[in-house]
Design a protein around this ligand. Sequence first.
Ligand SMILES: Cc1cc2nc3c(=O)[nH]c(=O)nc-3n(C[C@H](O)[C@H](O)[C@H](O)COP(=O)(O)OP(=O)(O)OC[C@H]3O[C@@H](n4cnc5c(N)ncnc54)[C@H](O)[C@@H]3O)c2cc1C
Length: 436
Amino acid sequence: MTGEIFTADFKEIPYWIDAARDGAAAQADPAPLPAKADVVVVGAGLTGVGAACELARGGRDTLVLDAAEPGEQASSRNAGMLGWHSRHYFTDLVETAGIETATRLFRELRAIYEEAVKRIHDEKLDCEFRKNGRFVGALSPQRFDKMAREYETRARLLGEEVEIVTRDKQSEIGSPQYHGGVITWENASIQPARHARAMCQRAERAGARVIGRTPVIGVIRDSAGFEVVTERGRVRARDVLIATNGYTGRLIPWLADRLIPINAYMVATEPMSENLTTTLLPNHRVYSDNRRRANYMQLSSDRRRLVFGGQTGSWPVDLRKVAGRLHGDMVGLFPDLAGVKLSHAWTGRCAATWDLYPHIGIHDGMHYAAGYCFSGNAMAPYLGIRAARRILGAPGAETFFARDGFSRAPWYARSDRLMSVLMSYYAWADRPVPPA
Ligand SMILES: Cc1cc2nc3c(=O)[nH]c(=O)nc-3n(C[C@H](O)[C@H](O)[C@H](O)COP(=O)(O)OP(=O)(O)OC[C@H]3O[C@@H](n4cnc5c(N)ncnc54)[C@H](O)[C@@H]3O)c2cc1C
C-alpha cells in the first residue's frame, strides 16, 4: 500500500508549518539564557505564550522556554478547528451533574470561543481565520439521533446556533457515508501554524522573551522561589508555569500522572483541482464526526488540498504506516480520492484527563494548565491567561476548570500500547454503518 500513495517530495512535517514558512530562513541559534526572570513559563505553545503575553502586559519579566521550536508542537499541528467543544455531552451532563453545572460549563465554553475570536480580530492575528461553521457528520443512524437530540437541546437551552441536517438534505460532505449531521455556526477555522506564530509574536511584542531548543530538565523549589534547570543553564524565577500539555514527560511527575498523552495524526494531499475539492467539501467549513475515534478535516485556504486527520492513538508510530491507514480512511469516505497522493504526514501529542475536563491549578507552588482533550485552540490560551492572572493576583482568573479533584489517570490509560488497543476497539465499535 505504501510507495504509490506518497508524492515524490513527500514530507514528514506538518503541511501547516511548511505552508507558513513564507520563504523564511532557518531559525537562528537560541538566545543566551538570563540569570533570572520574574516568571518562567515552560512550554511555548498556545498555553505558554497566551500566559506570557498576559504576564508581560501585567509588568512581569517573563521568560518562556521550549524544548523544540516555539509553537511548533500540538499548537501548530492540529486540525485548525476553533470552536466551543466539550468531551461531555450537555444532555448527559444535565443527567449526571444537574442543569446548573451543565449550563455553567457550556456558557463558559462559549465565552472561551468568543474570547479567541475577539483576540484574533482586535489584535489582527494573521491566521487565515474564517468563520464558516463546522459540520459534524453522523456515520450511523444511531449517532445521528444522539447528535440531533444533543444539539436541539443546546439550541433550546443555551441558544447555540445550530442547523440539523437530515440524511436526505445532506449536501455538506460529498460522501455517501453520512447519515446527516449538524452545522454548528459558532465555529471557525484557523491555519494553526500561523495562529501559533502570531500568538508567539504577540507575547514577544508585549515584552516576554521566548526561547526555543531549551529543554527544561528540572524545577527545584527553595525558600526564594524556583531554580529552573535547563540543558543550556539555570534560571532563577519567583513563579513557574508548566504549560507542556501532551509533551509533559516526567518533568513534573505529579502532573504527568494526571495527563493521558495521545498521539494524533494528520495528512495533507497533493494539490487537486478546485472542481474536485468543491465536490468533496463545497462549503469550505471544518468537518468532523461524532465517533470516539473521529476523522476531521478541512481544505487548505487555497481550496486545493484536503487536510485530513484521524487514527488517533495509533501504534506503532511509524508515520508512513499510519499515513497509509489514513489514506485508506480518506478513500473510504471519498472514493474519488483513490489516485490522489499524500504530500505531508505528521503527528502531534494531545493530553486527555481521566474526567475529560481540562484543569488549571497549583501543585508544589508551580502553576499549571493542561488536559484540553483535543480542543485547545481556544481553551489553551484562555487557561494560560487565567493562570497568568492567578500569578499576577489580577481579577478575571475564575474558571470552571479550577476544579478540585484532578485525579490520577490509571496506569493503563497512560500506556501508549493499551491506548492503541482501546482506540482500535472504539474504531471497530463505532464503525460506519453503510447507507441502505
Ligand atoms: C493532530 C491534532 C489535531 C488537533 N485538532 C484540534 C482542533 O482542531 N481544534 C482544537 O481546538 N484543538 C485541536 N488539537 C489540540 C490542540 O492542538 C492542543 O490542545 C493545544 O495546541 C495545546 O496547546 P499547548 O500550548 O498546551 O501545548 P503544545 O502546543 O503541545 O505546547 C507544549 C510545549 O511544551 C514544550 N515542552 C514540553 N516539555 C518541555 C520541557 N521539559 N522543556 C521545555 N519545553 C517543553 C513542547 O516542546 C511544546 O512546544 C489537536 C491536536 C492534535 C495533535
